[in-house]
Design a protein around this ligand. Structure first.
Ligand SMILES: Nc1nc2c(ncn2[C@@H]2O[C@H](COP(=O)(O)OP(=O)(O)OP(=O)(O)O)[C@@H](O)[C@H]2O)c(=O)[nH]1
Ligand SMILES: [Zn+2]
Length: 213
């Protein structure tokens, strides 16, 4: 049976994706054969010595680059620490670096994510926010989708007073190919709850861009 790929609904995007949309995962041998085809398409000879082991390396690298399909953001965020002595102000984790691949060209886009939220009865481990970024970055999508999905995952699991996500990235499909405009960056934001208030957005942005440590 051929692999059948359907687009992910917002709901599916919050669950481990591998089982929800891939009817049959190709074997490792099939994946390596596909890499050989792409080497031929690039114009090189997959049987020359330097390229002999490349399909195996690429297949292995793909397991790492796209590991987000096997991970569940809700599981990552489920542990909440309630003992915070009534802390209710914004929690902001900024400058979370990420490497992702755009779904249009499968070429990297690279940048930083900033996440703020207002706790509602408990806080989540800080590293878990960075882990959620990792889950979505290690999938194929657009920057807009990634921004929305990070916000939705936090919104659904923590039910905070509000969540703000700001993503800034450079897209290699715009710099190393195509229109070839190096150095341009793209910013995307998603706000929920209290962050729908423009004054809160200003506060979030000011904190994100304030001088660092
Ligand atoms: N909105 C959005 N667009 C993206 C993202 N990543 C890549 N793109 C754009 O996706 C578009 C795909 O355009 P197409 O005309 O279908 O493909 P193309 O011929 O390769 O386009 P060029 O990149 O202009 O050469 C391009 O404009 C890319 O810049 C993303 O994360 N968000
Ligand atoms: Zn692209």
């Amino acid at each position: 049976m051929d692999a059948v790929v359907k687009s992910l609904s917002a709901d599916q995007a919050l669950r481990p994706a591998a089982d929800t949309f891939l009817v049959r995962k190709p074997t490792r041998e099939e994946a390596e054969e596909a890499v050989r085809t792409l080497i031929l398409w690039a114009g090189d000879d997959p049987s020359r010595e330097g390229l002999l082991e490349t399909p195996g390396r690429v297949a292995k690298a793909y397991r790492e680059l796209y590991k987000g399909y096997d991970e569940d953001p809700e599981e990552i965020l489920e542990r909440v620490f309630e003992e915070v002595d009534g802390y209710r102000d914004m929690v902001l984790v900024r400058d979370i670096p990420f490497y992702s691949h755009c779904e249009h060209h499968m070429v990297p886009f690279v940048g930083k994510v900033h996440i703020g939220y207002y706790p509602n009865g408990g806080v989540v481990g800080l590293s878990k926010l960075a882990r959620v970024v990792e889950v979505y970055a290690r999938r194929l999508q657009t920057q807009e989708t990634m921004t929305a999905q990070i916000a939705q995952a936090i919104e659904r699991t923590l039910k905070p007073g509000g969540v703000a996500v700001l993503v800034e990235a450079e897209h290699m499909c715009m710099s190393m190919r195509g229109v070839q405009k190096q150095g341009s960056s793209t910013m995307t934001t998603q706000y929920t709850g209290r962050f729908r208030d423009p004054a809160e957005q200003v506060r979030f942005f000011t904190m994100v861009k304030s001088p660092g440590l």
